[in-house]
Design a protein. Structure first.
Lengths: 259, 259
DNA sequence: TTGTAAAGTTAGGCGCACCTAAATATTCTG
DNA sequence: CAGAATATTTAGGTGCGCCTAACTTTACAA
């Protein structure tokens, strides 16, 4: 068994340690870390191509700011973003492409887990967070195809297409809606399972109608009326954290009429 | 946004760098590397608890022998194996448990990909090789449950149970069968996609009947008669690499009668 | 039994991705 | 506009998991 060994190793990895784990077909092979950074920056800066701050990235990835500083230098060298020291970073076209690819992976996986494997709403995120780095493009596409190319994930977030385009659904936080506005829930932020479970227990899900009935003073809690799919109508008082996690579409005409 | 950061980071990762990526519920949290080593050693040493050689491990993982030496020391510290320097390594009970867990993950994923996502036979292995490290135990169990707790993977290898036990199907290589023996294919080694495609093209799959008709001299090629499921009967000359990748169960009575 | 080939180990390095502590730049506030 | 608070970067360090080169142990054969 001796000659085969040298041969195989000589063919594969070349020289020094560390490095990328697996190929991804699109462009270079990115590590899981790089993928996480790019996705986080995209989510912070938005599709508009704005800048993201070091501290915000650090916060989102639960990493110390100096570590982020160092990594940003490497991401800039990879031409995934431009870095103006002390100012912030902006994704390049390649960076946005990489980010949208990860967003697609994440959301396709979430949708697949929920629909095909009966995963509960609040657990798909954590599972997808790990699988999105390990799945091949083929697997993602097979999942999407099995699901009939879904347009949104279980939390209502739009799924980027295979080609890397995403519907730009205008999002506004429930927290910003005026009293009396009748809105439709488009999506719910998915990164806190406990909050997600709580929101679901209030029947606040994509598609539900929510009307702001009252608003406490000094950024206080909101009283909202929720019309679920089954015609149910309930009223709740929710804190700002909840109101900020819920995104709604355009107001659907003033709800109040007689008062 | 400043106070939340310190808090979150202080809660999570503690101090120094590197380390495990994600928890696995069973025992400690093992890195992907550790999982690969343990699985490889199990496959080399067999369920019988034999010893594995450094070079063989290195060969199987496509890693240089000194790297393996170093890692074995760490695996020994984790009490997953015992290491007699210059002799070889033997998995402990914990090591065998960890290996069987990985084997289950790998084979459940392979089966799921093939049955639910129409993955071709020869591509499930590579995909599973990456997913097995990222999937949670919950996901594996949901997959297995969806499939009706399958007993074997697409290549015929037995799937360890949730509790970590595996049917010990006696395996013998087709290459070792005597001329005239009529055997049933139990499994086909899955790590070489090209070989797998070739074997499939000969209708040699788990369940097929194979009779050794002739055997070339000096470890030469074998002539085999293959009876597929559809009652087809074909004859092929296969090389030793193929004959060694195909495992068969007990001979099913002598096939020849008048000869 | 002794000499050599093969297998295995030690020694010394490297890149990645993280860390803390300390310096520096920017932004707010009085 | 000075000083404080905050954001960011530099400096120096760690463990992991790999590498090559060189050495040691073991196994086999003359």
């Amino acid at each position: 068994m001796s000659p085969s060994r040298r041969t195989r190793r000589a063919t594969g990895r070349g020289h020094s340690g560390g490095g990328a784990r697996h190929g991804t077909a699109a462009g270079q092979a990115l590590t899981g870390s790089v993928e996480d950074y790019v996705k986080a920056i995209y989510e912070l800066a938005g599709a508009s191509g704005g800048a993201a701050a070091t501290t915000d990235i650090a916060d989102r990835l639960a990493i110390a700011p100096p570590s982020v500083s160092g990594m940003l230098r490497r991401l800039a060298a990879l031409e995934l973003l431009t870095h103006e020291p002390y100012k912030g970073v902006t994704l390049t076209a390649a960076g946005r492409r990489a980010a949208l690819r990860m967003l697609r992976r994440h959301r396709v996986i979430e949708t697949y887990l929920a629909r095909q494997l009966d995963y509960p709403w609040d657990r798909v995120h954590a599972e997808a967070e790990r699988l999105e780095h390990a799945a091949s493009d083929e697997l993602i596409d097979r999942m999407a195809s099995t699901l009939g190319e879904p347009a949104v994930d279980p939390h209502g977030a739009p799924i980027p297409s295979r080609e890397g385009t995403m519907a730009d659904i205008p999002q506004r936080m429930l927290a910003d809606q005026p009293v009396g506005a009748r809105t439709r829930v488009t999506s719910v932020s998915d990164d806190d399972p406990a909050l997600l479970r709580y929101v679901a227990s209030l029947d606040i899900r994509p598609g539900a109608s929510v009307t702001v009935v009252e608003r406490g003073p000094f950024e206080g809690p909101l009283t909202v009326r929720v019309s679920g799919k089954g015609g149910t109508e309930r009223q709740h008082v929710v804190g700002l954290a909840v109101a900020r996690a819920v995104n709604v579409d355009a107001p659907r005409g003033p709800a109040r009429r007689g008062g």
